[in-house]
Write a new protein. Structure first.
Length: 177
C-alpha cells in the first residue's frame, strides 16, 4: 500500500470512528447504482448495539440510508430482533426478508471490508463479525429461493447467506429459508 493510499485509508477510518461516536453507526455505500452489484452496509451496530452489521444490495443510497437508520433505531429500542428468514414487516405484501450472512462470506469476500477493519481496530481480531442481509423480492414479491423469481435480478443481489465457494461471488441462488 502506497503512502497516499495509507493516508486516505487513515482519514477514512478516523471519519468512520467519529461518525460511530456521534451516531452509534455509519453507513458505507459501494457502487453507483448503475453498475452491479451495488451495496450498502453498516459499521458500528457490532460495537454500539452488540448486534450484527447489516448489508443490502441494489437500493439507491437514500433508500439504503433510510433502511439502515430505521433498522438501527428498531434494534436499539428492542422492537426488532434479527432472525434468519424473518420478514422486515410481516404486514407488507412485499416480503423483504432478513438472512444471516454465512461466516465464510464475511471472512472471504470484501462485502464488509471496513466493518472488518473496525472490528480489528477494536478487538485485535477480524473474526467473529456477524452480519444480516436484507434480501429484496422481485417485482412480483418472489424471493431468490422461490420458484419463478426474476432471474434477471440475481446478479444484482449476491446470496451472502450461502457458504462461500472460491470463484465468482454467489448470485442469489435457490436456497430456501
Amino acid at each position: 500500500m502506497g503512502l497516499f493510499t495509507s493516508l486516505v485509508a487513515a482519514v477514512y477510518r478516523r471519519d468512520n470512528r467519529r461518525r460511530i461516536r456521534r451516531h452509534g453507526w455509519t453507513g458505507i455505500y459501494v457502487g453507483d447504482y448503475h453498475s452491479i452489484p451495488t451495496w450498502a452496509y453498516t459499521i458500528g451496530f457490532d460495537e454500539t448495539l452488540n448486534q450484527p452489521e447489516i448489508v443490502v444490495f441494489d437500493i439507491p443510497r437514500k433508500g439504503a440510508s433510510e433502511l439502515l437508520w430505521t433498522t438501527f433505531e428498531r434494534l436499539k429500542s428492542g422492537e426488532l430482533v434479527l432472525e434468519d428468514g424473518a420478514l422486515l414487516d410481516p404486514t407488507d405484501p412485499m416480503p423483504f426478508t432478513w438472512r444471516k450472512v454465512h461466516p465464510s462470506q464475511v471472512a472471504e469476500l470484501e462485502w464488509l471490508t471496513l466493518a472488518k477493519w473496525r472490528r480489528f481496530e477494536r478487538t485485535g481480531q477480524a473474526v467473529g463479525l456477524e452480519a444480516f442481509q436484507m434480501v429484496l423480492p422481485d417485482g412480483e414479491g418472489r424471493l431468490p429461493w422461490q420458484e419463478g423469481y426474476d432471474e434477471r435480478l440475481r446478479p444484482r443481489q449476491p446470496a451472502l447467506w450461502l457458504p462461500f465457494e472460491s470463484g465468482e461471488p454467489p448470485l442469489a441462488a435457490s436456497s430456501g429459508v
